[in-house]
Design a protein around this ligand. Structure first.
Ligand code: HEM
Length: 229
């Protein structure tokens, strides 16, 4: 079987969704670690220096464009899989089969939360990433150094608005639900479904991806909003 034929099968598509999903899980960890500098009250020095480095390093820019392709690929293939699964079972069960009471709830939940998250990412990119690369950012220089874009100022300015903060909190609730199940499901796709690993996979899925990361992201707009009241 050719690779193109393999990736057209349900198993091939599941592997692609799992692999792109795990890549995106690693991205959110790095992204949160970088964004924490937004909470430093240093006139944006740490965050703007980090953003300028990320924006001008060739290798990082290459990965950043790949990241957007991966986000699109993940969403498109996940939608194809959902449609295919539904078409394979055109008549809903009158009574759910034993032992399968939660799986259709989970896949529906994944599709809904994934869609909310995708809308969030589109709004988010048009807000910050676009203004960083194509907008009219004010510039700033630290200790007489080179002028760099003041993205810190734009982010702090955006989070003066309560509705934007609310949008981010809603986005992070969707992120939490999507990652808890998504992380475990991807591990299962790659065969990591064994008594030995299930405990650690559950712990990472729930505590790291379901709680720590979404709460960490949501805290940024909330704290910035409160500091500016
Ligand atoms: C409070 C939460 C967040 C804040 C304050 C934030 C802030 C930012 C900023 C300032 C940028 C532009 C910087 C740049 O392009 O180098 C950015 C880019 C981006 N953000 Fe976020 N972000 C947050 C949450 C998220 C979440 C939860 C996701 C995905 C699930 C996400 C996905 C992205 C992506 C894909 C980019 C483009 C990255 C690149 O091209 O390098 N962000 N974010």
């Amino acid at each position: 079987m050719k690779w193109s034929q393999f990736f057209n099968t349900s198993i091939g598509k599941k592997l692609l969704v799992g692999a792109t999903g795990l890549f995106l899980c690693s991205f959110v960890i790095v992204h949160l670690a970088g964004n924490i500098a937004l909470l430093k009250e240093d006139n944006g020095e740490a965050f703007n220096t980090y953003a300028a480095f990320m924006g001008h390093n060739g290798l990082i820019q290459f990965i950043a464009w790949g990241l957007k392709i991966v986000i699109l690929l993940h969403a498109v293939i996940a939608i194809q899989l959902t449609i295919r699964n539904r078409a394979a079972r055109p008549v809903k069960y009158a009574v759910r089969p034993k032992g399968n009471t939660t799986s259709s709830w989970f896949s529906r939940q994944m599709a809904i939360m994934g869609s909310i998250l995708f809308i969030f990412i589109v709004i988010h990119l048009s807000q910050f990433w676009w203004s960083m690369h194509f907008g009219n950012l004010n510039t700033i220089s630290y200790d007489g150094g080179k002028e760099i874009g003041n993205l810190y100022e734009s982010v702090w300015f955006a989070f003066r608005e309560l509705w934007i903060v609310a949008l981010y909190v809603i986005g992070m609730i969707a992120l939490s639900f999507h990652l808890v199940h998504g992380f475990k499901s991807a591990c299962q796709t790659f065969g990591l479904n064994h008594k030995k690993y299930n405990g650690i996979i559950h712990f990472i899925g729930v505590w790291i991806f379901g709680i720590l990361i979404p709460v960490g992201f949501a805290a940024i707009p909330v704290v910035i909003y409160i500091k500016q009241i």
